[in-house]
Design a binder for this molecule. Structure first.
Ligand SMILES: Cc1ncc(COP(=O)(O)O)c(C=O)c1O
Length: 353
């Protein structure tokens, strides 16, 4: 059996999700964009969980992020976020190409924005030639920071700065619930400083697909139109929404298991000479820094794949492994053995840890 750790969207749906999907697919679905009863139940549940007035179903988190930006920005206006954030690095320039936004990437630390430069970007008075940023982006957990959650007080500080500067705050929360579980705080408390929050339903939560955007009634009304412009109005939506509702209702307590497995995997890899330090407060992502050039990383990943373990290259010298419902604690020794075999096959030396 292949152990596929390339992303947490590979986590399989639970039998309860599949049953709910089958039952919903057999029901009449509805014609209007928000008519379906399962979709309305999902959106209402998500809005309540996130402490927002409304939430809207999307096909992907990329589209939810883009529409979150478009709903709060006019073409030419400035969006500021961490230079390593998914919105700036991995959404193929949608903010510029479609929203017409001008992005400013700040060099954050573990996903946290540097506050003085942020203050400067939000302050229109510093230079009349520059527009103050209209929107701030945060990402939690932060993918490129290895799944670290942003501390609640950082979200609150950034939210307050944005508010004072007359800007919105969008949180890319593809793994928002991983962050809430790791911090032990309520999703609503984490979402409170934000004007909009996106969440993925298909990552740790294991719904087959879907994402949500939550915010004020007014912003979500605008988002409904923008989603339609992008072709994101899903119909029929009942089967997708029914599975996602089960995911939201049942999977949050399960996320800790993925976090525990990630910590154990990083520790196990460390013990056999890989620089994969378990991050305190980390979540379901393990980054192994092999310190090798890209061609050697690719050779290592190919050797790992021959051992039936899949991971991805992730920036200079690193590979990423995502833990999810499809990977059990009992699989961890197999993954660690595969790493040792790949090292032997590629002639890589053990690392200091
Ligand atoms: C932090 C983050 N934001 C957004 C996304 C986009 O999600 P989707 O694949 O649903 O568009 C991802 C996907 O991996 C992600 O890691």
């Amino acid at each position: 059996m292949t152990l596929d750790l390339r992303s947490d969207f590979l986590g399989p749906p639970t039998p309860a999700m599949l049953e709910a999907m089958a039952a919903a697919a057999a029901e009449p679905d509805g014609f209007e964009l928000r008519e379906n009863r399962q979709q309305r139940a999902l959106e209402a549940h998500a809005a309540e969980l996130l402490g927002k007035e409304d939430a809207l179903l999307f096909p992907t988190c990329t589209m939810a992020n883009l529409v979150g930006v478009m709903a709060q920005l006019r073409p030419g206006e400035v969006v500021v976020g961490d230079a390593e954030s998914h919105c700036l690095t991995s959404e193929t320039g949608g903010i510029a190409a479609i929203a017409g936004g001008m992005t400013r990437g700040l060099n954050g630390t573990a996903g946290q924005l540097p506050l003085e430069p942020l203050r400067d970007v939000l302050d229109a008075r510093t230079d009349p030639q520059r527009l103050a940023a209209r929107l701030v982006l945060l990402e939690t957990t932060h993918n490129r920071a290895g799944g670290l959650p942003l501390p609640l007080d950082h979200i609150e500080q950034v939210g307050e700065m944005a508010r004072r500067g007359g800007a919105g705050l969008h949180i890319d929360g593809a793994r928002f619930f991983n962050a809430a579980v790791a911090l032990g705080v309520s999703p609503a408390a984490m979402a409170a400083p934000a004007t909009t929050v996106s969440i993925s339903l298909n990552k740790g939560l294991c719904a087959p697909n879907g994402a949500l955007l939550a915010g004020s009634r007014e912003l979500i009304a605008r988002a409904l139109i923008l989603r339609q412009q992008l072709g994101g109005g899903i119909r029929p939506s009942g089967a997708i929404a029914a599975a996602a509702l089960v995911a939201l209702e049942t999977m949050l307590p399960q996320l800790q298991r993925d976090h525990d497995n990630a910590r154990a995997l990083a520790a196990g890899l460390g013990q056999v000479g890989f620089a994969a330090t378990p991050q305190s407060g980390g979540t379901n992502i393990v980054l192994a820094d092999l310190g090798l050039p890209r061609a050697a990383i690719d050779a290592f990943l190919a050797a790992l794949a021959r051992q039936h373990v899949l991971a991805i290259a992730f920036g200079a010298g690193r590979i990423r492994l995502c833990l999810h419902r499809g990977i059990e604690a009992a699989d961890l020794p197999t993954i660690i053995s595969a790493f040792r075999a790949a090292r032997a096959a590629t002639g890589m030396a053990p690392q200091e840890n």
